[in-house]
Design a protein around this ligand. Structure first.
Ligand SMILES: *Cc1c(COP(=O)(O)O)cnc(C)c1O
Length: 384
């Protein structure tokens, strides 16, 4: 199998599994217990927290471990809104966010908050001047993703933060699930107040992530129970998951230069090859300001979903932004937000490479994909 869907999830790194193994077996203690077994679990969590904090350029107490990106995004929205409603009830986000952010914004709207969803340009960029105009005295939260999962565009977070600081009191949250481990994502350098991430997008385990919350940020806990995570997120810690998360971050950070060179070379060959060999194809997202492992396209006259099935028959795993809901094909909200009409948007395909991919994998795709597109077009002569 040729796995080209690393923006959906990644295989667990064997080094990460090795680091987790003791905590899935004999080191099973509850980190709140006083005896040695419990205290060793506590030490493992403390060490992981220090490593994650160092990676993001924050201090240990600013790291809250969560169950992943979805929880981090929900926590940021709910936690900020509930605790800061006395200062205002206006939230700003963008039209190309992950559903975890978009649906969190919808939920706040149902509770009487005002939500502004900023448009993006045809490359998926949020313009800082557009944000500036949307900021109000009652804006309490701005949430713009660091990098987009469907089109790979990297947002100008530092500029967006600067504009937010200059014109409002609002906290700034960024969803860094796609960017962490792929491009520098230090919280101190980006200047954000909150950042969410997830381990399984960088060769860590599923079901664990963290929300970074800078000191002084007023955030209402969402899970009530014991005093875990400094009373901010109750629940017995996922010790093995947390250890795995820190290990995955450590490896990504250690190998960043090597991985970036490898991924970028594969991605660029893929993009160049697809655009050259397939007429009626175009790149989506920003040509330069994009994730190093991310290639996304639109093919005229073809449905991305049909391409996925063809690719699957050849053992190639990829994704399209469209979703099949109740029998009809729904175009990706991200591609639509870039300004493409629905028919065009349905022809989207995302190929996201990983450190385990080889030149031969790319060669296979570049050999098969043009034939598949041609075959599908021949089967649907009425399509544009
Ligand atoms: C995958 C993803 C999420 C969700 O993270 P989970 O850990 O799978 O819940 C959120 N945001 C972005 C941008 C993602 O790619």
């Amino acid at each position: 199998m040729v796995y080209l869907d690393h923006s959906a999830t990644t295989p667990l790194d064997p080094e990460v599994l090795q680091a987790m193994m003791p905590y899935l077996t004999e080191e099973f203690g509850n980190a709140s217990s006083v005896y040695g077994l419990g205290q060793r679990a506590r030490q493992a969590i403390d060490q992981a927290r220090d490593e994650v904090a160092a990676f993001y350029g924050v201090v240990a107490k600013e790291v809250i471990f969560t169950s992943g990106g979805t929880e981090g995004d929900n926590f940021a929205f709910r936690g900020i809104a509930e605790r800061n409603a006395d200062r205002g009830r206006h939230v700003i986000t963008s039209t190309i966010e992950h559903d975890a952010v978009l649906r969190s914004a919808d939920a706040l709207e149902r509770d009487g908050f005002d939500v502004t969803r900023l448009p993006v340009d045809r490359f998926g960029l949020v313009d800082p001047q557009t944000l500036r105009k949307a900021l109000r005295v009652d804006t309490i939260l701005v949430s713009i993703m660091h990098a987009n999962n469907e089109v790979g565009t990297v947002e100008p977070i530092r500029e967006l933060v600067a504009v937010t600081r200059e014109h409002s009191q609002a906290y700034f949250h960024t969803d860094a699930v796609q960017s962490t481990g792929k491009i520098p994502a230090r919280v101190d350098e980006l200047g954000v107040d909150l950042l969410s991430m997830s381990a399984h997008k960088l060769h860590g385990p599923k079901g664990v992530g963290c929300l970074i919350v800078r000191s002084g940020v007023r955030l209402e806990p969402q899970l009530h129970g014991g005093g875990h995570e400094r009373n901010r997120r109750a629940g017995t810690e996922n010790v093995a998951g947390i250890v795995g998360l820190a290990k995955a971050i450590g490896i990504a950070s250690r190998d960043l230069a090597k991985n970036t060179a490898h991924l970028t070379a594969l991605r660029d060959r893929l993009i160049k090859g697809v655009l050259e060999r397939i007429p009626g194809s175009e790149l989506t997202g920003h040509p330069q300001q994009r994730l190093p492992h991310h290639a996304s396209f639109l093919f005229a006259g073809v449905e991305g979903e049909s391409l996925l099935l063809q690719l699957d028959m050849e053992g190639i795993a990829a994704s399209s932004g469209s979703a099949c809901t109740s029998g009809s094909l729904e175009a990706s909200h991200v591609i639509l937000a870039l300004g493409f009409p629905r028919e065009r948007a349905l022809g989207s395909l995302r190929l996201s490479v990983g450190k385990g991919n080889t030149d031969a994998d790319i060669g296979l795709v570049l050999d098969r994909l043009p034939k598949m597109v041609a075959r599908l077009r021949a089967m649907a002569p009425s399509a544009a």
